[in-house]
Design a protein around this ligand. Sequence first.
Ligand SMILES: C[S@@+](CC[C@H](N)C(=O)[O-])C[C@H]1O[C@@H](n2cnc3c(N)ncnc32)[C@H](O)[C@@H]1O
Length: 489
Amino acid sequence: MNRARIDALQKCFPECVVECVDEHGSFCRKIDVGLLKQTLDSFLSSQGATTCSELYEFTWQGKKAAKLNAVSETTKILSPERKESVFWERTGNIYVEGENLDALKLLRSVFDGKIKVVYIDPPYNTGSDLVYGDDFRVSCKKWKETNNKRLTTVEAWNLSEQGRIHSVWCSMFYSRVIVARELLADDGVMLVSIDDREMGNASKILDEVFGESMHLATFVWETKTGAKGIPPTSMCVKNHEYILAYGKSPSFRFRGERREEAEGFSNPDGDPRGPWKRQYLQRFGQGFQKRNVVDPETGVVYSFETPYTEAKMRRLVQDKRIIFPTEPNRYPVRKEFFSEYSNPDKPVLTSLGLFSTKVGSEELKKLFNGVKVFDYPKPLRLMVELLRKTIGQKGVVLDFFSGSGTTAHAVMTLNAEDGGDRRFICIQRPEKCEPNSAAFKAGFKTVSEIGRERLRLAGRKILEERTDAGRTPDVGFRVYKVMEQPEKS
Ligand SMILES: C[S@@+](CC[C@H](N)C(=O)[O-])C[C@H]1O[C@@H](n2cnc3c(N)ncnc32)[C@H](O)[C@@H]1O
């Protein structure tokens, strides 16, 4: 268990933290689990809580093990690889090659609570043969062998011919999300790309780890405009994906475009409070009560359904915030001042529009001299847009399923466009390229080699295409590899 978690428990249950001696003979703290259970049990019984046989919960076989996997320490280390790095001495970016759960645990000692944006595009469990593994299904036979048990009827029903479809994916996702949340800053956000296959499971897991109230938005973006080829039997073609957004605490705010003062606001009467716009007071057919408001100059009483109380409307009248109509059969409106908007930005919309995946693939192919090195990279402009909406000029962006490196490319691009000083951390395991793949034939043995090469090519292009003489964008990265600890001699 890491220090932050022990600190959190010590805050609530100081009596359950005991001192002990570690393997080096130094004093350390540990949770007395028995004492903690006793304390919780007595609290629950004092509240009159009894054990329930039916609870609202989302579970699957392997969930407990996945949780343990998340909280256990790793024995691996990060080994610096200067030769594969770019501008080692002056870069703030990091590229980690290795299994992401180990890498996330290793990053904790430096980045706990420091990451502003975690973006992930995990394998969608399509069962397709892609450059990277995307099949988490397990056959009944294999499942029985590895779990050494007979399947219950419900499980067998759930499995179909192919065997277990979602459990392994859920376990993989769950343990990584638990660790990733710890790395997030309090005002940070986690963004998860997903499609219909695992959307429901991903939402349930994120709800559990972050808390339902921390679900900020589900963005939707269009992947294509037309439906080519033979249509599916349902005659409905999916052309969108989702991005789930969760905050670590309520302090996260999306960043909309700057609102132009003039846009929708004006000041025709020279009100000293500045520009304003008309806002309806009445809301018909929404179940609000009918209220009266009196024009102080004419004595005319207006009566309509509104969420405002009569007292509130009287205050608005006194404050000269209500404009009464000059024509009959019209209703009064209220003045809404621009200065009342505590956030000067426009709010962001959950529908992001079209970001063609085909364009994303072509962009990458062009960068690699016409060779298709990766299947379905995310479109660069989608990633730039997401960053614009979620991070200011500074901060660290983490992508632990980094694939071809679109997120890191987007960080460098946005910095070059707006002079920002954002950093990235990419994690990608050295997934082997198939010998018959275009990537392998072009000399790439692993997906992480492809990712690093993309960042080198993209960085070079960004420096070449720079037109302003401002700050040089950081297009370097330090490479670390997740390794076994060297044997003690
Ligand atoms: C859907 S792709 C990400 C694509 C990426 N967004 C892009 O635009 O190129 C998922 C990536 O995660 C990698 N991956 C899957 N499981 C992983 C793990 N346990 N540790 C590290 N990388 C992993 C795969 O090799 C693959 O490259």
